[in-house]
Design a protein around this ligand. Structure first.
Ligand code: SF4
Length: 282
């Protein structure tokens, strides 16, 4: 079976930096705890734990891990940084530069009197980082179009629209049109990450090849951008979303001659290589 990779897939710049910073610390003999997955990928999480950086969900737990906490590429709210300081924890901050820019954009827009409309997922750590410290009357997170339609926009004459970095812009174009139709002064901050978009565009290009029988998308269970890739592929081809090569079986690909492969921005190269090798073996 022929296996073709998308022109662009896998680790983005932000995740590479996060991965590198933790590895560098481990190489120096340091240990610590990572607040939430350093990136949304189970293989990376397990590897980091083996290197002395397990995932924890409360800052306090870092005390048992050399008093050192790692902030993930998704970033955290300013109050979390303050709390780490007050607990006397050393920090390794791997927040992606694009996420930091969005924190700044939100802060500027609020100072300018705007209401913040965030298009994204309420429970995503990146979005929690943006909103945790904000006055609830100054922002709202929207995911479904119906939520946008039902919202009382008339009370908010000045609006700044912010996107979670890893969403698919096309799924939210109607949301944007609705807000702009109701709030003439609504402004958009183009905050969708280029890395996510590049992986999505490359996958679409791959999907138009009529000879491709199916697409395999590789990524973590909690990776939003990986799920978006699977949704895009599913519009064109039979799609398999897997975390690792171990989830693949030869029966799934019986009779297929050509398979396309893509991977989310937090999927490590070794998982991608293993999937490609397994598929070629079929
Ligand atoms: S997907 Fe984009 S925003 Fe998210 S970590 Fe990667 S480079 Fe940063």
């Amino acid at each position: 079976m022929e296996v073709v990779l998308a022109q662009k897939f896998g680790f983005c710049a932000g995740v590479r930096v996060a991965d590198k910073l933790v590895r560098q610390a481990a190489a120096k003999g340091l240990s610590g705890a990572i607040l939430g997955q350093v990136v949304h990928n189970e293989s990376v999480e397990a590897e980091m734990a083996r290197m002395g950086f397990p995932t924890v969900h409360e800052l306090e737990e870092a005390r048992k891990h050399d008093g050192r906490i790692v902030f993930s590429a998704h970033g955290v709210a300013p109050s979390v940084r303050d709390e780490a300081k007050s607990l006397g924890l050393a920090t390794i901050d791997t927040t992606c530069k694009f996420v930091t820019d969005i924190h700044k954009e939100i802060s500027r827009s609020l100072s300018a009197g705007a209401f913040i409309a965030i298009l994204g997922q309420q429970n995503h750590r990146e979005v929690i980082g943006y909103t945790h410290d904000l006055d609830p009357s100054r922002y709202r997170i929207f995911y479904e179009l119906a939520e946008v339609k039902e919202f009382d926009w008339e009370s908010h004459p000045k609006v700044k629209i912010i996107f979670q970095t890893t969403i698919n812009a096309e799924h939210f174009s109607e949301h944007v049109a609705e807000i702009r139709g109701r709030v003439p002064e609504a402004q958009i901050a183009d905050t969708i990450c280029y890395a996510t978009k590049e992986n999505q565009d490359a996958l679409r290009e791959l999907c138009v090849d009529p000879a491709i029988d199916a697409i395999v998308v590789i990524g973590g269970r909690f990776s939003k951008n990986t799920k978006e890739l699977a949704l895009i592929a599913g519009e064109f081809k039979r799609t398999f979303l897997v975390g690792t090569a171990a989830e693949l079986t030869a029966e799934q690909f019986a009779g297929m001659k050509k398979v396309g492969v893509s991977a989310g921005a937090s999927t490590p190269d070794y998982d991608i290589e293993a999937v490609v090798e397994t598929l070629r073996g079929f």
